[in-house]
Design a binder for this molecule. Structure first.
Ligand code: BG6
Length: 489
C-alpha cells in the first residue's frame, strides 16, 4: 500500500464522447455531424499524421450521399445509445464517482440552426443523466466534443461564421435549463487547441475553401476566437441557470521537452509549451497573450471581433481546468534528421527514454506529474484529468479472458505520478480514464484500438455481437477506486 494523497471525495471515473460511443447516428431525429463524415483510416504513416483527420469537400459530399457502403465507424459507435443502462451498471460496479459524457448537438438541434430543439434528443439525455444520478455517478458533460452539426459546415463556414456562436449558445441555454437539476460539472470545448491539428473536426473549417495557406490560417484563428467567445458565454449562462455549476475548459496537455540542453533546443521547447498554453491562458486568465496579438500583426491576420468580445472573455473565465494527457513531445533544432513518432496529438522527435504503445504513442507517466505541477503553478485553479489511457489491440485468450496487464501497468505508473503531484499540493478534482469502455477511435475510427476496462465485441467493420466483457483491468481499477488510490498493486 502506498500512502495516498488523493483527497476525500476525489472524482474517480471514466470518459466517453457521444460521437464515438452512441452510434444510432440517424435515430430519433438526430442530424449529421462532422463525426459522421469520418472514414475508417487505419494505415496512415507517422509523417502524414494530419491525413487521418483530413476531410475535404468531396469527402463531405460522399458522406452525405453515402447509402451504407463506406466504413463510417462512428455512425455505429458501440451502440451506447441503446445499451447505456447496461454500461452504467458496469461503471457503477467499478465504483465510478463520475462519468464524462458529451451531448451530441445534433440530437438537440439536428441542423444546428433550428428555432426549436428536438424533444426526442432532450428526452434521451435526460434518461441517461437520470440513470447516472440514480446510480450515484456524477455526470461531467462536455458541450462540444468534435461533433458539430454538418449543416453548419455546408450552409455556413463552420465556426468562422459568427452566427455559429449564437447557435451554440442557444444549444447551451437549452441544455443548461433542461438539465440544471442533474448536472453540476460542465466542460465547454473538448481539446479546443486541436483547431490547427484537425480544423474540420474542431471548428468545421474546410481548408480547401481558402485560396492560400495564410487565408486558411486566418480563418482558423477567426473560428477559434468565436469558440473562445462561445466558451465564455456558455460559462456565463451555465452559472446563471445553476449557481452551483462548475464550468471547466478542456485542453490537450502537450508537455514538450528539448532534445538536450542546447539553448536553441530549450528555446524551441519553451515556444512549444507557450503555444500549448495559449488556449488555457485565454480561458483561465481571460486574455489573449501579447505574443499572439503580435503574431497576428506580423502575419497580417485580422480577427474580426464584436466590441464586447474581449470583455466577455475577460469576465467569464472558467472555474477549473481540465485536460487530456497521453504523451509528451520532444523538439530539436535538428528535427529533420531525427526519427519521428506520432500520437493523436502531433508528430514529434522520438524520445529514446520512453516506451511506445502499439500505435507509436510514447508513454510518459512522469510527464503527467510535470504537467500537473506546471499547470497548477501557472493557473492556481483546480485541475481535472479528463482523458488518459492506452490504446491497445486487446485479444481474448484461450480461456476467454482479456489479460490486459499492460493497461494495469500503464495506469499504475500514471497514478503513482499523480500521487506525487498531489503530495506537492496540486489541487485535482478527479480523474476520468479515456474510453473506460472500448469505443471507436477518434483519429482512425478503429474499433481495434481499445482503451477500455470493458471489452466490446465488435470489429473494425462493425461485425460482432456488441456484447460487453470485463477485462482483467476492470477489477484492478475497482480496487484502486475503493482504496482511493492507495492500493495500486
Ligand atoms: C483525444 C480526444 O484527443 O484523444 C478523444 O479527445 C480521443 O476523442 C482520444 O478518442 C484518443 O485518441 P484516439 O484517436 O486514439 O481515439
Amino acid at each position: 500500500m502506498t500512502k495516498s494523497y488523493f483527497p476525500e471525495g476525489f472524482l474517480w471515473g471514466g470518459a466517453i464522447a457521444a460521437n464515438q460511443a452512441e452510434g444510432a447516428w440517424d435515430v430519433d431525429g438526430k442530424g449529421m455531424s462532422v463525426a459522421d463524415v469520418a472514414l475508417y483510416k487505419p494505415d496512415v504513416s507517422v509523417e502524414d499524421y494530419k491525413k487521418q483527420w483530413h476531410v475535404d469537400e468531396q469527402a463531405i459530399a460522399e458522406a452525405i450521399a453515402e447509402k451504407g457502403t463506406g466504413n463510417y465507424a462512428k455512425r455505429r459507435g458501440i451502440d451506447f445509445y441503446h445499451r447505456y443502462k447496461e454500461d452504467i451498471a458496469l461503471f457503477k460496479e467499478m465504483g465510478f464517482k463520475v462519468l464524462r459524457v458529451s451531448i451530441a448537438w445534433t440530437r438537440i438541434f439536428p441542423r444546428g440552426d433550428e428555432a426549436k430543439p428536438n424533444q426526442a434528443g432532450l428526452a434521451y439525455y435526460r434518461d441517461i443523466l437520470t440513470e447516472l444520478k440514480e446510480n450515484g455517478i456524477e455526470p461531467l458533460v462536455t458541450l462540444s466534443h468534435y461533433e458539430m452539426p454538418l449543416d453548419l459546415v455546408t450552409e455556413y463556414q463552420g465556426w468562422v461564421s459568427r452566427e455559429v456562436v449564437d447557435f451554440f449558445v442557444k444549444f447551451c441555454k437549452v441544455v443548461f435549463a433542461e438539465y440544471k437539476d442533474l448536472v453540476t460539472y460542465w466542460l465547454t470545448f473538448n481539446e479546443i487547441d486541436s483547431v490547427f491539428r484537425h480544423p474540420f473536426t474542431t471548428v468545421g473549417v474546410v481548408e480547401e475553401r481558402y485560396e492560400t495557406k495564410q487565408a486558411a490560417e486566418a480563418a482558423i484563428y477567426q473560428a477559434l476566437h468565436h469558440q473562445f467567445v462561445a466558451s465564455a458565454l456558455a460559462t456565463k449562462y451555465g452559472r446563471l441557470s445553476n449557481p452551483q455549476a462548475k464550468i471547466g475548459a478542456m485542453v490537450t496537455k502537450l508537455m514538450t521537452y528539448p532534445e538536450d540542453c542546447h539553448p536553441e533546443n530549450i528555446a524551441l521547447a519553451e515556444k512549444a509549451n507557450r503555444e500549448n498554453h495559449l488556449y488555457s491562458d485565454v480561458q483561465v486568465w481571460g486574455e489573449y497573450p501579447k505574443w499572439l496579438l503580435r503574431e497576428w500583426q506580423e502575419k497580417d491576420i485580422e480577427v474580426a471581433m464584436e466590441n464586447w468580445d474581449l470583455a466577455t472573455i475577460k469576465e467569464y473565465t472558467v472555474d477549473f481546468l481540465s485536460f487530456s494527457y497521453y504523451m509528451s513531445l520532444v523538439v530539436s533544432k535538428d528535427a529533420e534528421q531525427r526519427e519521428k513518432v506520432s500520437g493523436n496529438i502531433a508528430t514529434g522527435v522520438k524520445n529514446p527514454y520512453l516506451p511506445m504503445t502499439e500505435w507509436g504513442w510514447q508513454i510518459d507517466p512522469v510527464g503527467l506529474r510535470i504537467s500537473l505541477l506546471s499547470l497548477y503553478d501557472r493557473y492556481r485553479i483546480p485541475l481535472f484529468i479528463v482523458e488518459n489511457g492506452v490504446g491497445a489491440a486487446d485479444e481474448i485468450d484461450g480461456n476467454g479472458e482479456i489479460n490486459d496487464q499492460y493497461r494495469i501497468d500503464y495506469f499504475k505508473a500514471h497514478f503513482e505520478q499523480i500521487n506525487l503531484a498531489l503530495k506537492e499540493g496540486v489541487e485535482l478534482m478527479g480523474y476520468t480514464s479515456w474510453g473506460c469502455i472500448d469505443i471507436v477511435s477518434a483519429s482512425t475510427s478503429q474499433m481495434s484500438k481499445r482503451y477500455g476496462f470493458i471489452y466490446v465485441d465488435a470489429d473494425d467493420e462493425g461485425n460482432g455481437t456488441y456484447d460487453r466483457k470485463k477485462k482483467r483491468s476492470f477489477d484492478w481499477y475497482k480496487k484502486v477506486i475503493a482504496s482511493n488510490g492507495s492500493d495500486l498493486a
